[in-house]
Ligand binder design. Sequence first.
Ligand code: ADP
Ligand code: MG
Length: 328
Amino acid sequence: MDLVRLGEFGLIAEISQLVDCSDPDVLLGIGDDCALVRAGGDTVWAITTDAMVEGRHFRRDWLTPLEIGGRAMTAALSDIAAMGAFPRFAFASLAVPPDWDASEAIAMTQGLAQQAARFGACLLGGDTVAAHEHAFLDITLLGQCGQEIWRRDGAQPGDAVCVTGSLGGTAAAIAARLAGIEQPPTWQRYAAPVPRASTASALSSLGAINAALDISDGLVQDAGHLCDRSGVGIRLHTDRLPISAETLATARELALDAVQWALSSGEEFELLLTTPPHKVESLQAAIDLPLTVVGEVVEVAGVEIVDASGSPVRMTSTGWDHFANTNC
Ligand code: ADP
Ligand code: MG
């Protein structure tokens, strides 16, 4: 079968069938934001690896090398945050075409190392090779788990579905730039996204989160991943989506739909959390960032999207799948 039809997630499902790991220290393998491994007494480590490819994830005419490195590390930091873990040790492999200036490769590494350090992790190694045409970065990050470990498989029917921060800003920035706007108002969301590591650390000892993941493929698609792992469904309400004034202004200017961006925008790096409704207030009180209830967990499988009147909402784009999407 061709890869476009199988899709990124079909391929991952095939790969996960090939693996049969019965090591008792492996608490969780393929399928969540990180694997969970017990090592060194009772310490549990959350481990993630994230790759970024020039032309798919980033363009050198849009981002500085420092930003490219920072974004790559943010993707890994975001996965660690999604497990409620604390970033510690990073490794970065670079594949760079020989015609790049050395200073660009160095600045890219500086960007990822600085971003790691900002959130308590340090770069301990990696690998450096020549690329044929497009640069490639791969980050491995280890996070130390505390008492509470969040996973995708704990959502319970009746839970409130919450999102940190705001949604749609990344898609708005890309759309505006493609439309020729040099300085889109949400550009920093795209160029220098902030992983929700501090938010996760503030929430990780409250005993309130039933399930979590980070929004890297788009709200609806990622909500679907959480549903699959938890054996539940999610109903999302479009009138409750947190969309910034800047994103709304960009949508107006381009005559596009900010709600569709909020539903499908990838690389938002916000957290999607499920919690019993009566615990939402205490979660919000623990963090500075807005926490918005965008829906609820239901028993019927799948993600249902409804508007303020309860009518179903259709999506014009389904979210990020590497073999289906072509621009960055
Ligand atoms: P995320 O968007 O949170 O980084 P992905 O959708 O990339 O997660 O991956 C989902 C799960 O599949 C993760 O557990 C990841 O480690 C695993 N995975 C993805 N690609 C591969 C691969 N080529 N080999 C083994 N596991 C993979
Ligand atoms: Mg993730």
